[in-house]
Every structure is written in structure tokens, then in C-alpha cells.
Write a protein of this length. Structure first.
Length: 218
């Protein structure tokens, strides 16, 4: 996974260098929105609504193309149940990432508005987390900012596909995202309840889900 992340980082850095040196119309902006995420494991208990906020930079290229990297604080969540085959054994995981998505867009400029298609590879690193574990109605653990001891993965990388529309200085994008890295990386303290729940709930799972974002471009 480290090689994949390194390769993705190099590619994104090259794209950013190209965007800065290219001769095109560019502008900065701010953005924010909502994330509707869940885990891909079979114990998924539903979708968790969180948020994202950050800054963005748009470079318009010829023939309707544009490149738009962003730097976001992106919070994602997942709920899992039936851990260890026991009904009522539940876990809620929330992770706040510093995330770098690079949006590749194509769409015709129709003067009053611009619809476009969007492909966005991304990488991110976890800044904080919270893992709450329940046995029936009793909360047995509420751990914050634990990574190695609970075996929770800190790095993320993935791909988003979506559509958007740009009207004047406003841009709206709806995107479905796939995270290719597991939420649980293994190891950790075998005596820690949070670690046992993380392994049982998320060992085969990863984040995925819809994001809706609104940008204002200066």
C-alpha cells in the first residue's frame, strides 16, 4: 500500500506542477459540503452523515477540460453491527482526514452555465478519530485518537466519479467515492476492547459513499 500511496503522490505532484506552468485561466476558491459514508463490510448499520471543508484551485484548459486540486478536512463515518456474530455488538467509527483530491473535469461552456463530468483520485492522512463500542445498550469503550494500538489505518487513497455544474462563480459537484484501503490494518493491543471491535467490524471494510460539495471561486 505504501508504494501505491507514494506513486499516487508523485503523480499528483506532477499534475500540480503542470497546472501551475500551463497557460490557462485559473482561480482560487473555498468549498464545503456533506459526506454520506458507510463501510463496505457486511455488518454495515447504515449511512453516516458528516462534512468536508477546505480550499480549491481551478485551472481551465482548452476544449472544455480543467484540473482542480483541493485541500480538505474531510470527516467520514461508519457503523457496524453484529460483531463476532453477537447481536447488539456494535461499533461506530469516525475519522477526520486531511485529504488531497485532484479533480479532472470535462464539460462544454454554455455561456450561462457549464455542466461537466468529474474524475477525482485522492489521498489522505487521518488527523483524528473516535471509535465507540457497544455491547447491547452498554457502551464499553469510547476511544479517541487511537491508531496503532487499535490497528486503525491512518492512510487512505481512492477514486471519486461524479457530475457537476458551474454557474458564475459557484460550482456544485456530486461524487461517489471508493476508498481502496482497509480501515483496519492489523496488529494493535489484543487486550484493548476498541482493537477487538475494530478487527471484528472493519478488517475487510473500507469507506465509500456520496459527497456533495459547493465551491465559490474568486
Amino acid at each position: 500500500m505504501k508504494k501505491t500511496i507514494t506513486s499516487a503522490s508523485v503523480i499528483i505532484a506532477m499534475l500540480l506542477m503542470f497546472s501551475i506552468s500551463a497557460n490557462g485561466q485559473s482561480r482560487f476558491g473555498v468549498m464545503g459540503g456533506f459526506s454520506f459514508s458507510h463501510a463496505s463490510d457486511i455488518g454495515n448499520r447504515g449511512t453516516t452523515t458528516k462534512y468536508n471543508v477546505g480550499v480549491t484551485y481551478q485551472l481551465k484548459l482548452p476544449m472544455g477540460f480543467s484540473i482542480q486540486p483541493s485541500l480538505l478536512y474531510h470527516v467520514k463515518g461508519a457503523k457496524a453491527g453484529g460483531i463476532g456474530g453477537v447481536q447488539g455488538n456494535n461499533a461506530d467509527l469516525n475519522i477526520g482526514y486531511l485529504e488531497l483530491p485532484v479533480s479532472f473535469q470535462w464539460g462544454p461552456d454554455l455561456l450561462l452555465f457549464r455542466p461537466f463530468l468529474d474524475v477525482s483520485p485522492y489521498i489522505g492522512v487521518g488527523l483524528n478519530n473516535r471509535l465507540s463500542c457497544y455491547a447491547g445498550n452498554e457502551q464499553i469503550s469510547d476511544a479517541r485518537n487511537i491508531w496503532q494500538s487499535a490497528g486503525v489505518a491512518r492512510m487512505e487513497y481512492g477514486l471519486g466519479l461524479g457530475i457537476g455544474i458551474e454557474i458564475w462563480r459557484f460550482q456544485v459537484i456530486g461524487r461517489y467515492n471508493w476508498n481502496f484501503g482497509h480501515l483496519y490494518k492489523g496488529g494493535g493491543d489484543s487486550n484493548l476492547p476498541a482493537r477487538l471491535f475494530a478487527e471484528g467490524a472493519f478488517s475487510e471494510g473500507n469507506f465509500r459513499g456520496l459527497t456533495l460539495s459547493l465551491s465559490f471561486l474568486f
